[in-house]
Design a binder for this molecule. Structure first.
Ligand code: LLP
Length: 424
């Protein structure tokens, strides 16, 4: 479901014209719909309304504090993977007890901050990490609640760079050592075992791998309980894919995913934890950009736009497809042209798409990349000293700039020239 539609010849986000945002804020800019965020979150919670559940939104997908605050209002928790994300979640009003901390490389200072915040659970990924967490907790006079993230060795499709549940991936405790890890954890005074966690990958468009992993981990939960561990929660991670508009794949509806998880877990007597990211944020946002030049190549036409791979890296990094649409509604007599859509960065990889049929455009025309609400702004950089792309949140007929475009002075502010270079 997208809240991006044409009205009066111009694409709108809810009640706000994207042309107005482009005029007032400039381009490139990310534009998000509050209504879509809310709808996607509610669809998810709807599916599990009669079960003890924590929906810990995966902050990495879109970590702007205004986005987090709007989800917090709906009761969302947060899945964080760094001290920085933890600080964002807390600042946005997500209570510590609704925060889960994932990631393979947590450092003592991050553990300290999370224990101070009283987070719900640490998803621990190795025995080495567990030992450090135990020491930090003892030093602070606290007990750290933990689940082990187990690696179920399940292949979950998607792009190889975002698949995580295979034995060869760096994630989770090896399946064959899971029970020994729990037995060891039970001996540590700073640790309390509370659950089991699994996450097999992202943009998964088929329920089967989820089903295999949940069933496998369900068996492990039974064995762990038989061994005396008090397993209270089962975190099934995130990973549900979304429709990017290329019609190549139709991901399951969240309600179908919900029904499947429910069917497999209803008799387990556990609190279910979910870490959805893309499913909530992906179709809630677009990247709005302007055509700078149209250029005739030897054998093709290039649309050179003012957004680049530093603003939206998914096509360059994962060959990802994003629907592209003109902001001005194409008239009935419009011509369609095959374009390569490229950014201004000095790399051939700065190509959003090749040979895409789009309405004929000229310099100054605006276009959007759909499904850019997840892993768009969150993965942006300032490569080529291009200021970090700003973000706008729309709600009904109003909008707010939730991250301002930095100036070049802002970018340079943290850099300094040593005295020995005789700075100017
Ligand atoms: N939980 C854990 C432990 C994760 O590692 C991730 C994503 C999630 C939850 C959320 O997964 P989601 O529901 O969003 O699929 N940058 C890539 C995606 C990387 C996903 C990393 N982990 C992309 O643009 O496609």
């Amino acid at each position: 479901m997208r809240h991006f539609d044409f009205k009066n010849g111009h694409m709108h986000c809810e009640g706000v014209s994207l042309s107005d945002i482009a005029d007032q804020v400039g381009t490139p800019v990310y534009v998000y719909s509050s209504a879509t965020f809310e709808r996607h979150f509610s669809v998810f919670t709807e599916a599990f309304k009669d079960q003890d559940t924590l929906v810990a939104y995966s902050v990495k997908a879109n970590s702007n504090i205004a986005v987090l605050a709007s989800l917090a209002k709906l009761g969302a928790g947060a899945d964080v993977v760094s001290g920085g994300e933890l600080a964002r979640a807390l600042k946005a009003g997500i209570p510590g007890e609704k925060i889960v901390f994932s990631g393979v490389g947590k450092k003592p200072a991050e553990m300290h901050a999370a224990l101070t915040a009283g987070i719900h659970v640490f998803n621990v990924e190795s025995q080495a990490e567990l030992d450090v967490l135990n020491s930090v907790a003892i030093e602070m006079g606290k007990i750290a609640p933990i689940a082990f993230r187990v690696n179920p060795d399940v292949s979950a499709g998607g792009h190889e760079k975002i698949s995580t549940g295979k034995a060869e991936n760096k994630f989770g405790i090896a399946w064959s050592s899971a029970e020994a890890a729990y037995a060891y954890a039970a001996t540590l005074p700073g640790i309390k075992v509370v659950g089991v966690d699994v996450h097999i990958g992202s943009q998964i468009v088929d329920l089967a791998p989820f089903e295999t992993a949940i069933t496998k981990v369900g068996g492990l939960i039974k064995r762990l309980r038989a061994q005396g561990h008090d397993i209270q929660s089962f975190d099934v991670g995130g990973g549900l894919g979304i429709n990017y508009g290329n019609n190549a794949v139709t991901p399951p509806q969240p309600s179908e995913y919900g029904a499947m998880v429910k069917r497999l877990t209803s008799d387990m007597n556990v609190k279910m934890i979910f870490e959805p990211g893309r499913m909530i944020a992906g179709n809630s946002g677009v990247l709005l950009s302007e055509v700078v030049y149209v250029k005739d190549g030897e054998d093709r036409k290039f649309l050179i736009i003012d957004a680049a791979m530093n603003d939206l890296i998914r096509p360059a990094l994962y060959d990802a497809y994003h629907d592209i649409e003109a902001v001005r509604a194409p008239g009935s007599n419009m011509t369609e042209v095959l374009y390569d859509v490229v950014g201004p960065i000095c790399e051939t990889g700065d190509t959003f798409t090749k040979r895409r049929m789009l309405p004929e455009m000229e310099a100054g025309d605006r276009l959007v990349f759909h499904s850019a609400g997840a892993y768009g702004a969150a993965q942006a950089s300032q490569y080529n000293t291009r200021p970090l792309v700003p973000e706008v949140l729309v709600r009904g007929g109003e909008y707010h700039v939730i991250r301002a475009r930095p100036t070049v002075e802002d970018i340079l502010a943290g850099e300094s020239i040593p005295d020995w270079l005789d700075a100017p």
